[in-house]
Each structure stands twice: as structure tokens, then as C-alpha cells.
Design a protein around this ligand. Structure first.
Ligand code: SF4
Length: 490
């Protein structure tokens, strides 16, 4: 599973924005590794540099020198909608009659094709098949007739799906979160300006202070002198649809979302996992790095109560928490495995077991998800080959039964092991002695939300947006864009 994008925007008091944007993108690199880009504006002219590759490869000293201006936005991307090439790399920038626009988008629209067709029929020429360009054209068109705030509101009334956007309109930087707040976006204060970013870790990197999350349906406009920001609640909706997987998997553990440190949320989910499905074993170990916070919370809870929920006696040592698997950090996703045999051995390249921690012991191994099941199967085999007497698998999230349409590269239904298999069948397939997932109710409880305020689409098959051929979990329908009057064509 891959998060698809990270966005950032800054407005500073006189200092060039390029370098802070560059450092912020480094902090958001985990959200997208395919391309990186920055667009700035110096009050007269827009400057843009967008390249395929990691942030460190995409920018050189010379590139940063040419990105003049105290206001700008940035983006890291791994493509969702649209082709895997530079035409979809972001920020998307365009110049039009009433100025220049830059757009960075995290999320995925589910009605982009309808709007693209309509705009194309009205004479708009598209250079990519991505949904970000659709938003840019729609906004550019609305800006011909409306002021900035009204133009954004009109575009928000037409697009349906998941979006956290940072936008530059000339030297004004703004941030928008979709009315259900599916993807994160927060605002922070820097020494000499303000920042909008997908995650607070980017604000920390710049020595800034997190102010708060941008509210679902809210527009935040940074003042172009870096002195403050204005906010407009453009759309109100009864319920939110925050992606619960941000807390479980995508966000950095050192980021704060909804006033909670992601690391702490994961530890709490681990504690719940013990309460719901704890099993007494000699050792508890995480799958590094994704399972670490869950395993630490799980082991903590296991040291306090038994698997039956009784307080542990003082003489009972409980369950040992140990790092039994070492990760090779240099095996990237571009790793080439030419033969099937080598592919099967891939887990050995990524994870090396510490035999003395495992041999002759009963082991609980903890991770955050099982997608296709291939890695889990190899992992269980690896632990058994190392002499584990029993291998129990615990997952700090509910089973993934359906794909994501909101900007996460997950897998198709055919590829998801839990799409058509019961927990017992998956346990047998991965050859574990037992397997348990966390319940959706436990997730909602730990995140202190009602279930209806979370997106649980990939674990329930019911989505918070109107997606063709899929069920919804609420009263939601895509806007009838035909009914909305378009401004006259330029
Ligand atoms: S479907 Fe799953 S991964 Fe996608 S937004 Fe919803 S909770 Fe997040």
C-alpha cells in the first residue's frame, strides 16, 4: 500500500520560500516518491521546477536559486489517477487571463471525468489525464468571474471525492480540505510566516508550531506578507470521513493528526488488539518498522493483564517484547527480482530473523495490515524455519476487503486476500497458528470518533463518496454538474 501524495504551501515575510518548501517536502517524502515539485511566485512572475524522482534527486542548488518569491507550494507524488509520467507530476501550474495558478493535490476525485468532458467541450485543452488539472481548469475558469474565495467555493460545489489542496494564485497561497476531510492538512506558524502541510512533521522540520488541522470544507488563505491567515468555512457537512489508515499506516508516527500523536494512536490500537485477541506467547515482536508502535502497545497491555483480561500476578513475567526481525533498509521498491524462486526469497532480503529470539519459542508477530498475504506467508515460514514452536499473527487494523478510490495505491479486489476469504481461511493460507485483526469499533474508539465520521471503505466495502458500482455508508451523492451554471468561456 502506498500513500499517493504530500502537499505543502508557505507564505513568508520577505524570505524566499523555495528552501523551506524543499525541506518540508523532504519531511513528506514517505507520502510520494515518484516525483517532486515546487512552484513559487515573486509578485510578478510564477516559477516552477517539477521533476520525476525523490526530492533529493529532483532539486539541485541551481534549481532552488531560480525559484524566487516568498510564496509557494510543493508536492511529492506517487500517481493515483492519471499516467505514471511527468505530465501528471505536480504542482500543476497554469497561466490564464486573471493570473497564474499552481495546484498540489492529495486525494482522488471520483467525478473528474465528468468535469473534464464538460470543460473540454467548452474549449479547455488538457495536457494530462490527471484529476488535478481538472481542478485547476475549473478554478481558473471560475476565477474569470468570481473573487478567489467564491471561485474556490464554486469549484468545491462541482468536484466530488477526496482532496487536500495547496494552491498558489499569483503570490497568494491557500489550502483547502474536502468537506469530509478525507486526507489530512494542517496549518502551522513559522518564525517569519505560515505553512500549510499534509502532516505536522513538515512543520516541525522547519522549527514551526502546529496551530491546528484545517477543518473539513474550510479554505485557509495565507496573507501574502507572511503576517497571518484568513479562514472561510465554505462547505459544512454533518459527518466527516477521515481516512483511518492515515493513523494506522500512512502518516509519520511523529505527526499529530486531530490533536493526537500518530505514534500514541498506534500504541493505543496495539493495546486494544491485546484486549480483543491477545494470545499468551513467549515473545511478541513487530514486523519492522510498520508494526513497531502496535507491538509496543500490545506488549505493554500484555504486561498488565492476561489474555483473559485478568490482572497479571506479580510472579507472572508476562510476555517478552523483542525485536526478532531486522530490516534491510536498502531494499527499495525498485528492487528487481528476476525469477520466481528469487521472488519467493524476497522476504529474506528485507527481513533477517534473530534466531536466538525465536528458536524454541512461541511467537506473536504484529503488523499493521495484510494486503495480498504473500509477505505474511513468507514471514510465518521464516519464523518457523528459525525454530519458532508457534507463530501467531496479530494485525493492528481490520482486514482490507476492498480497494481504495480516494488516493491510496492499494490493490484490486482480486489481489486482496481478505476480499473473499474468512479470517480462518487466511490463517490457513499463511500457515499461522492463529490470526486476528482489530475490529472497526476498536479503531473508532481509539481515534475517539463515531464510525460514521471515519472512512472505512477498504475494510467494510462501503464508501463515504458516491463511487460508481460501489456501496455507500451514508446519504451522499455526487453533484449534478450539469445543473450548475458555468461562467462564460474566455
Ligand atoms: S478506503 Fe481505506 S485507505 Fe482509502 S481513504 Fe478510506 S480508509 Fe483510507
Amino acid at each position: 500500500m502506498t500513500e499517493k501524495c504530500g502537499v505543502v504551501g508557505v507564505s513568508l515575510d520577505g524570505r524566499d520560500a523555495a528552501r523551506p518548501l524543499y525541506y518540508a517536502l523532504y519531511a513528506l517524502q514517505h507520502r510520494g516518491q515518484e516525483s517532486a515539485g515546487i512552484v513559487t511566485h515573486d509578485g510578478f512572475q510564477q516559477h516552477s521546477h517539477v521533476e520525476m524522482g525523490l526530492v533529493g534527486d529532483a532539486f539541485g542548488e541551481d534549481d532552488l536559486e531560480t525559484l524566487n518569491g516568498a510564496a509557494g507550494i510543493g508536492h511529492v507524488r506517487y500517481p493515483t489517477a492519471g499516467s505514471v509520467d511527468s505530465s501528471c507530476a505536480q504542482p500543476f501550474s497554469v497561466s490564464f487571463k486573471s493570473g497564474s495558478l499552481g495546484l498540489s493535490h492529495n486525494g482522488n476525485l471520483v467525478n473528474a471525468d465528468e468535469i473534464r468532458e464538460e470543460l473540454a467541450a467548452a474549449g479547455h485543452a488538457f495536457t494530462s489525464d490527471g484529476d488535478t488539472e481538472v481542478i485547476a481548469h475549473d478554478l481558473a475558469r471560475n476565477l474569470l468571474e468570481e473573487d478567489l474565495v467564491r471561485a474556490v467555493k464554486r469549484t468545491m460545489g462541482r468536484i466530488h471525492g477526496s482532496y487536500s489542496l495547496t494552491i498558489s494564485h499569483d503570490d497568494t497561497v491557500l489550502g483547502v480540505r474536502d468537506p469530509q476531510g478525507n486526507r489530512p492538512l494542517c496549518i502551522g506558524e513559522l518564525e517569519d510566516g505560515y505553512i500549510l502541510a499534509s502532516e505536522s512533521a513538515a512543520i516541525d522540520t522547519l522549527d514551526g508550531e502546529l496551530i491546528r488541522d484545517v477543518r473539513p470544507g474550510e479554505l485557509v488563505v495565507l496573507q501574502d506578507d507572511g503576517q497571518g491567515f484568513d479562514t472561510y468555512q465554505l462547505v459544512e457537512q454533518e459527518h466527516t470521513a477521515h481516512c483511518f489508515f492515515e493513523h494506522v499506516y500512512f502518516a509519520r508516527p511523529d505527526s499529530v493528526i486531530d490533536d493526537t500523536l500518530v505514534y500514541e494512536a498506534r500504541r493505543e490500537l496495539g493495546r486494544k488488539l491485546w484486549e480483543e485477541s491477545g494470545v499468551e506467547t513467549d515473545v511478541v515482536m513487530p514486523v519492522p518498522d510498520s508494526g513497531r508502535a502496535f507491538a509496543s502497545g500490545y506488549a505493554d497491555a500484555a504486561s498488565e493483564t492476561t489474555a483473559d483480561g485478568e490482572p497479571r500476578a506479580e510472579s507472572d513475567d508476562g510476555v517478552e517484547f523483542a525485536e526478532g526481525l531486522m530490516k534491510n533498509r536498502y531494499v527499495g521498491r525498485t528492487f528487481i527480482m528476476p525469477t520466481q524462486d528469487e521472488r519467493e526469497r524476497a522476504v529474506r532480503l528485507k527481513l533477517n530473523p534473530i534466531k536466538s529470539t525465536i528458536e524454541g519459542k512461541t511467537v506473536t508477530v504484529i503488523d499493521d495490515s495484510i494486503v495480498r498475504g504473500t509477505t505474511s506467508t513468507q514471514l510465518v515460514q521464516l519464523l518457523k524455519d528459525c525454530g519458532a514452536e508457534e507463530v501467531h499473527v496479530r494485525i493492528g487494523a481490520p482486514a482490507i476487503v476492498a480497494p481504495c478510490y480516494m488516493g491510496i495505491d492499494m490493490a484490486t479486489r482480486d489481489e486482496l486476500i481478505a476480499a473473499d476469504k474468512s479470517v480462518a481461511e487466511i490463517r490457513d493460507e499463511i500457515s499461522a497458528d492463529s490470526l486476528a485483526y482489530l475490529s472497526t469499533d476498536a479503531v473508532a474508539e481509539v481515534l475517539e470518533k463515531d464510525r460514521i465520521d471515519l472512512c472505512l471503505g477498504c475494510v467494510t466495502g462501503e464508501y463515504p463518496y458516491d463511487i460508481e458500482g460501489e456501496e455507500t455508508d451514508r446519504d451522499v451523492s455526487r453533484p449534478d454538474i450539469g445543473e450548475q451554471q458555468l461562467p462564460a468561456d474566455d
